[in-house]
Design a protein around this ligand. Structure first.
Ligand SMILES: [Zn+2]
Length: 242
């Protein structure tokens, strides 16, 4: 079941079959930023200055430089998701469900393109970011499966958000692209053989991932951003599939 705060359309979308089908992260690995709270408060001068210029002025969210790999070892106190406890076999279905929740938000959120605060991303901006996370992790999964101990190229998520003008994109297009990216990634996850789960890859800061921890890390990211937008830890609970 989708969290109660999500658009009603989520149920319908969730009824589709992920098996038949079909995506962020400073380097993706710091993507699970907590912009929802505290953003803009670290440097009070910036939002204040922006506020003086008018409500339409956006402030660039504070770049997230945290290392979020701890989310593999313990439950996230913000979104409530314990990525390290997710069985690897459950990751594809949960990645699919999270994508459908994002699609529902992009298609029916009443203020999809509005920032709740000058320095906090709008649901549309988060959605565009999540779409790119699905794409990026698919690329990294391809890399870790096809190369011996690859090093992942760094991805500047904040620079991407600016250059791609996330906030100006069409939410319907973003929804379609997110769904397509998720289907591709989920299919690839489903194709991972047990003997491939321990293959390793290294991100640009030196942290090593296996196929398993890469997929768990990914899952926390997209779930955490649901919490960023909805404020409901139910976003994680809804992924507790039986
Ligand atoms: Zn979290």
């Amino acid at each position: 079941m989708p969290p109660s705060g999500l658009p009603s359309g989520a149920n319908l979308v969730l009824a589709s079959d992920p098996a038949a089908p079909k995506r962020c992260v400073g380097d993706v690995y710091s993507s699970a930023r907590s912009r929802r709270k505290g953003v803009g408060t670290a440097d009070p001068a910036a939002p204040t200055a922006a506020g003086l210029r008018g409500s339409l002025t956006f402030v660039e969210p504070e770049p997230d430089t945290k290392d979020w790999t701890w989310t593999l070892d313990r439950r996230c106190e913000q979104c409530g998701f314990a990525a390290g406890e997710v069985a690897v076999a459950d990751v594809p279905q949960r990645a699919f469900v999270a994508a459908e929740e994002w699609v529902a938000i992009l298609r029916s959120h009443p203020a999809v393109a509005s920032r709740p605060e000058p320095a906090v991303w709008s649901p549309l901006e988060y959605g565009a970011h999540v779409r790119d996370v699905y794409r990026l992790f698919d690329q990294r999964l391809v890399s870790i499966l096809g190369e011996d101990e690859p090093t992942f190229a760094n991805w500047d998520q904040d620079e991407t958000a600016r250059t791609e003008h996330y906030g100006e994109q069409d939410p319907e297009v973003v929804a379609d692209e997110l769904e397509a990216a998720a289907l591709t990634f989920v299919d690839r996850l489903r194709g991972v053989r047990p003997d491939q789960q321990h293959r390793t890859g290294t991100r640009s800061n030196g942290s090593q991932f296996t196929v398993t921890t890469l997929s768990q890390y990914f899952l926390h990211d997209v779930v955490h951003h649901l919490w960023d937008v909805t404020g409901q830890t139910d976003g994680a609970a809804s992924l507790e599939l039986g």
